[in-house]
Design a protein around this ligand. Structure first.
Ligand SMILES: Nc1nc2c(ncn2[C@@H]2O[C@H](COP(=O)(O)OP(=O)(O)OP(=O)(O)O)[C@@H](O)[C@H]2O)c(=O)[nH]1
Length: 334
């Protein structure tokens, strides 16, 4: 009998470390003679995380929207096509950091009607520093989304623990426990963990399917999806809570000065909390992959085999796109 293809959902708020975990997991499966594939969803219209993934790994990109709502309907078909074309042993579905995983689970359920897939885990990567800060004001929309992502997890990776004092760890574990009483919690730095856990389905994964079925039932009875209540027993309802997340993509028309770009990023307001890009600088020979998450900036030298654009994507909440565009355009003037 044909074995169903294992599917892992990777979720977690913007910049928490999903791609970092993904690259480790792909290496793990390849080392063990398995063929992994990736279905990656990005809010922006350019897939920069995809550049971090080994070119040999088959990847389907779903860009310019969020799997959990605007392009959810396509998820099942895309997954089916990926499996048909590449016959992988395991597929990782990496969602945008803004996705509500309950809606994505629904997408996987759609896929299971089209092709043989077996959901193995819903892994939520949590940024420890962000959870520490945002859990102080649990009424905030971003915290609500983080909480939804934690509730849906069958496994929680509490990442970036290097950015919190050790005394905070216990408090954060308690915050997570309250939201999700059963999922194992794994504290990590750069998602370094025992990956053998990915070889078996997580406990609780069947319940996640049941919950999405409950969702569908309510939907069939005429509920507006945006108000759909699909909670587990005793947990608050899941809502679309990421409409407030904004994306701005800037294509530079020529190389820019690296120091002026760093200065600009250093001055970004707090509500622009995530940035990514491939940048061509006037003062360096090769392009750089740019990463920015909550005030931490990173530049990685790359040697692309093909032409890559000169582009930066910024993600945040209620920021002035026009003002940001003007500042970025000004960098092109020598
Ligand atoms: N200090 C610190 N930085 C980390 C850690 N893990 C990942 N990072 C950095 O955080 C940034 C974001 O990591 P990603 O793995 O791209 O995060 P992501 O969740 O895929 O981001 P989105 O796709 O935008 O949602 C990168 O610059 C990483 O190098 C960690 O444990 N500690």
């Amino acid at each position: 009998m044909k074995q169903p293809v294992s599917v892992h959902i990777l979720t977690g708020f913007l910049g928490s470390g999903k791609t970092t975990l993904l690259t480790r997991a792909l290496d793990y499966f390849k080392l063990n003679g398995k063929k992994p594939a990736v279905l990656m969803n990005e809010l922006g219209d350019v897939n920069l995380d995809g550049m971090m993934v080994d070119e040999e790994v088959p990847m389907t990109e779903m860009l310019g929207g969020c799997i959990c709502c605007t392009i959810r309907g396509d998820l099942g078909m895309e997954l089916k096509q990926l499996i048909q074309d590449h016959k992988p042993d395991v597929v990782f579905v990496e969602s945008t950091g803004a996705a509500n995983p309950m809606e994505m689970l629904d997408g996987i359920t759609d896929a299971s009607m089209l092709t043989e897939v077996a959901l193995q885990s819903v892994i939520t990567v949590v940024d420890a520093a962000q959870l520490a800060e945002r859990s102080i004001n649990p009424a905030g929309r971003t915290y609500r989304l983080m909480a939804d992502q934690i509730r849906c997890a069958t496994r929680v990776i509490l990442n970036k623990t290097d950015l919190i004092p050790p005394s905070e760890l216990l408090r954060l574990e308690a915050v997570i426990r309250e939201l999700n009483p059963v999922a194992p919690i794994i504290p990590t730095v750069r998602c370094e963990m025992d990956l053998t856990v990915l070889d078996h389905p997580d406990g609780g994964v069947k319940d996640r399917y049941k919950e999405t079925q409950a969702c569908r039932c309510e939907e069939d009875h005429g509920h507006d999806r945006h108000d759909t209540v699909c909670g587990h027993e005793g947990s608050p309802p899941h809502h679309h809570s990421h409409d407030h997340v904004m994306v701005y993509t800037h294509y530079f028309t020529r190389p820019i000065d690296s120091e002026r770009f760093e200065e600009l990023v250093g001055r970004l307001p707090r509500n622009i909390y995530r940035g990514k890009g491939v940048l061509w600088f006037t003062d360096t020979a090769s392009p750089f992959l740019f990463q920015y998450a909550y005030r931490e900036m990173d530049f990685i030298k790359i040697a692309p085999k093909e032409n890559v654009p000169n582009v930066a994507v910024f993600i945040g909440e209620h920021f002035d796109k026009t003002a940001l565009a003007e500042q970025l355009t000004a960098l092109e003037n020598r």
